[in-house]
Design a protein around this ligand. Structure first.
Ligand code: BEZ
Length: 210
């Protein structure tokens, strides 16, 4: 069965551009993003890997380790890394897993046979410190991902893991948030002593908690 939200994500050992990686051990007690690519030396993937390299400080600020994966061998990844730096101006600065036997791709369900029975699709998995799946996204090979959106979701996941709030459509850092509907008025008064705006009894807005 496909990996679902709340599941423990599979552990694996594999070669990567930064040496052998034991996935769970590598993530440690922090957050992780594992994202797959259809193939090395392809244009969309090249732009994506450069973009993630540029955003690495943003992931680090959030205590997130990023790991890429493509089903080509390590030698191919190493050659391609030069092109990524030349074309995007950003050198790979995170591990790109080599998965030529598709062990990890199959473990995570990254191959969608009706799209392609050989390439991985563009899968993204956001993993919490408890090694459980917090978000999954799947894009087709022809559409490059928006990694600012992945960061935005991580901000929401990290905020809602700490506070009894949810984030509305298109929310970004600093915007108002929603008090979870399951929180009673009495408990809400304790947690949000400065009050909130009641739009509907089930839609209560408060400033983003610090
Ligand atoms: C790309 O990354 O550009 C790509 C990969 C596989 C199929 C189509 C595009």
């Amino acid at each position: 069965m496909a990996l679902q939200l709340g599941d423990d994500v599979p552990d694996f050992t594999a070669d990567s551009t930064e040496g052998p990686i034991k996935f769970h051990e590598y993530l440690g007690n922090g957050w992780g993003v594992l994202f797959s690519h259809p193939k090395d030396y392809t244009p969309v993937c090249t732009t994506e890997l450069g973009r993630v390299a540029a955003l690495k400080p943003e992931f680090e600020k959030r205590n997130v380790k990023v790991v890429g994966l493509s089903v080509d061998p390590l030698d191919s990844h190493k050659g391609w890394a030069g092109d990524i730096k030349d074309t995007t101006g950003h050198a790979l600065n995170f591990p790109l897993v080599a998965d030529p036997d598709k062990k990890v791709a199959n473990l995570y369900g990254m191959i969608h046979p009706n799209a392609s029975d050989t390439f991985t699709v563009r899968s993204d998995y956001v993993i919490g410190p408890d090694k459980k799946l917090k978000l999954s996204l799947t894009y087709p090979a022809s559409t490059g991902r928006n990694f600012d959106e992945i960061l935005r979701v991580i901000d929401s996941l990290q905020l809602t893991a700490k506070h009894k709030v949810a984030t509305p459509s298109d929310w970004k850092q600093g915007d108002e948030v929603i008090i979870v509907p399951s929180l009673s008025e009495a408990d809400a008064k304790q947690l949000f002593p400065n009050g909130w705006k009641t739009v509907k009894p089930y839609l209560r807005l408060v400033p983003q908690p610090k």
